[in-house]
Design a protein around this ligand. Sequence first.
Ligand code: FES
Ligand code: FES
Length: 162
Amino acid sequence: MEFILTVNGIKRTVMTDPERPLLDVLREDFKLTGTKYGCGEGYCGACTVLIDGKCVHACMTPVAMADNRVILTIEGLARGDSLNPVQEAFLEEGAMQCGYCTPGMIMRAVSLLQRNPNPTDEQIITEMNGNVCRCNGYIKILNAVRRAAKQIKASASSVELR
Ligand code: FES
Ligand code: FES
C-alpha cells in the first residue's frame, strides 16, 4: 500500500506493508538514522519521534498510523546550523555518553517543553521516565531539560515544531 507522510516538513511517499514499523521506514527507506532502534518493544524510548506533536515509539507504530500525518524526527529540529534549544542544552550539559538514547531523550524533552515550558523537576522526571539511558546519565539529562526550559523562557521563544 502507498502511504504519504510529512517528515520534517517534507512530504514523502512510501509503498510498503501497512504493519511495517514506522521506525524501519524512517531508517531504511528515508535514511533518517538519527532515530534509534533499542529494544524494539516499546520499553526504552530510543525510537521516540513526534506524530502531530505527540511522542510515539516508532518501533511500535505501524506506518499506516502515520499516513497523512506530520512526523518530526531528531533530524528536523535544527534550522541549518542553528540547533534547537533542547539540542543546545544537551550539548552544554554534556548530557550524553554513548549518545544512543540522546535522540529519543531530546524528542521527549521537546514534546514536554512544547506542552509545559516551565516544568518542575518532578514533571521532567515523570515525563522522561519512559526513556532509558543505559549509560545512566540521568542527572545530566535532567540538568539539560532544566537548562533548555530556562533558555526558552529567557529568549521568550518556544520549542518550535515543523
Ligand atoms: S526501540 Fe522503540 S521503545 Fe525501544
Ligand atoms: S548516553 Fe548512552 S544510553 Fe544514554
